[in-house]
Ligand binder design. Sequence first.
Ligand SMILES: Cc1cc2nc3c(=O)[nH]c(=O)nc-3n(C[C@H](O)[C@H](O)[C@H](O)COP(=O)(O)O)c2cc1C
Length: 159
Amino acid sequence: MKTLLAYASKHGTTRKAAEKLAGQLDGEVKIINLQEKASRKVRVEDYERVIVGGSIHIGKIQKSIKKFCQANLDKLLQAEQLGLFICCAEEEKALEQLENAFPAELLEKAAAKGLFGHEFNLEKMSFISRAMIKKVAGVDRSESKIKDENIKKFAEELG
Ligand SMILES: Cc1cc2nc3c(=O)[nH]c(=O)nc-3n(C[C@H](O)[C@H](O)[C@H](O)COP(=O)(O)O)c2cc1C
């Protein structure tokens, strides 16, 4: 089965999670960064399985994810298999953030929905983001809390 794994990432966590996931999927996996121009050329209909994932910043997923889902809605609904995931830090809001991140039709169709945890990469953040994370989350050093068990479960659900 040919898989398209389309992601967006601010400080690299979602990219890392996408690469971990790709390593656990059978068949050919094409990973694309939706924030790069080259990704616009992708033909969603060329893939049987499509996975879309982004991260949450101030309650929202990347615009490039929203745009990709809207522009390819019919094709995504026609894909043999669909998977959706997010990276985010707020555990208690994670499911709600996932549900706000993707169109309802896609959430309904998805064979796997994943909450892949988070990282705080302080050295990659702007001064403002760093200050915000310190104030809101009380975090003053980088941390990596990618949920490997959820990535594994997601890969198994897509089978
Ligand atoms: C400025 C900023 C705002 C964030 N806002 C949220 C948020 O509203 N909800 C949440 O659950 N996580 C939030 N996070 C945590 C990110 O989702 C987390 O760091 C994630 O791993 C980022 O992935 P990325 O590097 O792929 O963009 C925020 C992180 C930053 C730096």
